[in-house]
Design a protein around this ligand. Sequence first.
Ligand code: SAM
Length: 280
Amino acid sequence: MSDSLTLKPIGFIRTGKRVKFQALHQPAEGEVETNVLELLPGLNFEQALQDLAGFERVWLLWWFHRNETWRPLVMPPRGPARRRGVFATRSPHRPNPLGMTPVRLLGVKGRTLVLGACDLVDGTPVFDVKPYVPAYDSFPGAKAGWIEEVDTVVNAPALFTVDFSEQAELQARWLRETHGVDFTARLVELLSRDPTPHRTRRIRKRKSGAFEIGCGAWRAEFAVGGQAVTVRALETGYPLRFLTREGYEDIPDRDAQMAFLARWPEILPTGDDEKRLKAE
Ligand SMILES: C[S@@+](CC[C@H](N)C(=O)[O-])C[C@H]1O[C@@H](n2cnc3c(N)ncnc32)[C@H](O)[C@@H]1O
């Protein structure tokens, strides 16, 4: 038997999420979202979809096509900065980067599946669709190892207070009032839980000694003293040379980021942006 197998996608999903950080870690039930999976033509997939419409949910089996590497130990985004064996996680960095997601099935029309919330980026290749069968696929009482421990920590009251400097307040107000952008609630939520450096949570220590955190398409610089976090300044997630680059027109909040940089020009050099943005 050959040591490699060839799989061909049955289709590519359209989710409108261009960058990885726009996709959720797992689909959230509360999210009102419509995604479309159009299966490829000429392969009798219309027939293959027969009888699926009666299922409320389907499994999507897909490929983390934006990842090129895998790691035996990975750092999950939630909980303490601790590495776990990749097979004990849902990390995208796997030897065979296969993803599996249960999604709500909203409709089937010809070769097209209309789906609810999912965690796939736009254009992700999908290899298979299977019905979700509660009697086979659901074991609500099953133990969930380290995830149960982490849930206890994550659900505990926040440990850090978060304040904004005058500059950060001004920037937040400006973004809200001129562009309707407001990521401060998410920022406070992330920092109040745990502001320590963490690769997957996009928290890093800068050469200057200050810290930075990525929050969607934006960033913030902050300092920590005891249990108090001070957000010093808000920043764009992308440097100007990316925002103006051809092919990057659909970066989230692109116009707001360009206007922000016109108002608060970036401080160059911006370090290893290429590497960081590829990872995100
Ligand atoms: C934590 S994984 C879980 C995926 C799946 N539900 C599973 O358990 O196998 C979800 C994350 O994968 C990333 N992602 C989504 N589509 C991807 C793709 N095509 N290539 C690489 N990463 C992707 C996004 O950052 C998303 O938040």
